[in-house]
Design a protein around this ligand. Structure first.
Ligand code: PLP
Length: 357
C-alpha cells in the first residue's frame, strides 16, 4: 500500500524543544502524523502522512461513547552513533491486533503500520532528542468513528500514529518509587479486558491512582480482582519480585498486560542463569519475605521507564522498605542491558533492535 505524504508548510513548523533535560512525558507533539481509515467491506484505505492537526470526528462517533479505543506505546531511540533504532516494534503491532480482536475492532496490516511508523519517524528525525535516556515516544491509536448510538461494534475506524519527544518518565528518575498495595479497587478481572491496551482499563484505574498519589505514592500495585490476594501489576508496568534466589512475576492469565519489556526481562534473566517464575504470587508471600529480609528487590517494567525500582511497599497501612530503599543490583543490570541494546551500544543476540536510518 502506497503511503501518501503531505508535509507541513515551512511556516507551519513548530519550534523544537531546546533543552533535552527539560523534556517531560507526552506534552510535545511533532509536525506530522500518520493516519488511515477503515470501512466495513472496504478494509483499511488511504494510509497517509499529514501535518499534525486536530481530528474532525462526529460527536456520535461510537468510540467516544462505548470505548472502542485501543493504543500502543513504543519508542525510537537515537544512538550515539547517529543511528535511529526501534526495539521489538513489530510486537507492539501484533499486540495492537490482539487488543483489536478483544474489543471487536479490525486488525491492521502489521507491515503497513510498521512502514507508516518508520516513514513518520524518519520524517520527524530532527525531533528525536539526543541526551541519555531521552527518546521519541510513538503512540499508535485506533478509534471507532462511525456515528451511531446503538451499542454494537462500529463499521468505521480511524488509525493514527503520533510521536512525542520525551525525557525520563518518572520525575524521580531511576530513584526507587513508593507503591501502595490497592485492596479496595480493582483494575481488571480474568475474562475482562485487562490484557489489552484499551482506553477503559486506564479510566478504571485513575481513582485508585489519584487517591494513592494524595497519600504520597507514585503508583498502586493491583491485586487480583477475585480474591485481592495475588499481585498483578502497577499502573502501566508489569511487576517483578526477587525473593531469595527466585525472580517472580505474575502469569499471563488474562487480567494483566503482556508487556514487551516483561518478556525481554524474562528472556535476559533466563540467559543469565537466574531462576524466573511466572506464577501466582500472594501479597502475603511478598510481605512475609519483606519481614524476614528475603525480599531482595522489586521493580516494574515497561516501555516508558524500562525498569522502575520499588523502594517501598505499603500494605494495610504498614510500610516495608525494599532493597534499603535503593535500586537493587539486578534492576540495575537489567536496566543497563536493555538500554544498551535499545541505543545500539551492545550486541543484540535476540534480534530485538532495528536500525531504520
Ligand atoms: C503498556 C503496559 C505495560 C507495559 O508494556 P510494555 O510493552 O513493556 O511497554 C504494562 N502494563 C500495562 C497496564 C500497560 O498498559
Amino acid at each position: 500500500m502506497e503511503i501518501r505524504c503531505k508535509t507541513a508548510e515551512k511556516d507551519q513548523l513548530k519550534a523544537k524543544p531546546e533543552d533535552d533535560s527539560k523534556l517531560g512525558f507526552g506534552d510535545i507533539f511533532t509536525d506530522h502524523m500518520f493516519l488511515m481509515n477503515y470501512e466495513e467491506g472496504k478494509g483499511w484505505f488511504d494510509p497517509r502522512i499529514e501535518p499534525y492537526q486536530d481530528l474532525c470526528i462526529d460527536p456520535a462517533a461510537m468510540g467516544l461513547h462505548y470505548g472502542q479505543e485501543i493504543f500502543e506505546g513504543l519508542k525510537a531511540y537515537r544512538g550515539r552513533d547517529g543511528g535511529i533504532y526501534l526495539f521489538r516494534a513489530r510486537e507492539n503491532f501484533k499486540r495492537l491486533n490482539r487488543s483489536a480482536a478483544r474489543v471487536c475492532m479490525p486488525a491492521v496490516d502489521v507491515e503497513v503500520a510498521m512502514k507508516g511508523m518508520k516513514q513518520l519517524v524518519l520524517l520527524e528525525q530532527d525531533w528525536i532528542p539526543r541526551s541519555e535516556g531521552t527518546s521519541l515516544y510513538i503512540r499508535p491509536t485506533m478509534l471507532a468513528t462511525e456515528p451511531h448510538l446503538g451499542v454494537r461494534p462500529a463499521d468505521e475506524y480511524l488509525f493514527f500514529i503520533i510521536v512525542s519527544p520525551v525525557g525520563a518518565y518518572y520525575k524521580e528518575g531511576l530513584n526507587p518509587v513508593k507503591i501502595y498495595v490497592e485492596d479496595r479497587y480493582v483494575r481488571a478481572a480474568v475474562g475482562g479486558t485487562g490484557e489489552t491496551k484499551t482506553a477503559g482499563n486506564y479510566a478504571a484505574s485513575l481513582l485508585a491512582a489519584e487517591e494513592a498519589k494524595k497519600k504520597g505514592f507514585t503508583q498502586v500495585l493491583w491485586l487480583d480482582a477475585a480474591e485481592r490476594k495475588y499481585v498483578e501489576e502497577v499502573g502501566t508496568m508489569n511487576m517483578f519480585f526477587r525473593i531469595g534466589e527466585e525472580v517472580i512475576t505474575a502469569p499471563l492469565t488474562g487480567s494483566i498486560l503482556p508487556g514487551i519489556t516483561r518478556d525481554s526481562v524474562i528472556t535476559l534473566l533466563r540467559n543469565w542463569g537466574i531462576k524466573v517464575s511466572e506464577r501466582s504470587l500472594a501479597i502475603d508471600e511478598v510481605i512475609g519475605a519483606a519481614e524476614e529480609g528475603s525480599l531482595e528487590e522489586a521493580f516494574g517494567t515497561g516501555t516508558a521507564a524500562v525498569i522502575s525500582p520499588v523502594g517501598q511497599i505499603t500494605y494495610k497501612d504498614r510500610d516495608y522498605i525494599v532493597a534499603g530503599g535503593e535500586m537493587g543490583d539486578l534492576s540495575q543490570r537489567l536496566y543497563k542491558e536493555i538500554v544498551a541494546i535499545q541505543y545500539g551500544e551492545k550486541d543484540d543476540p535476540h534480534g530485538w533492535r532495528e536500525r531504520i536510518n
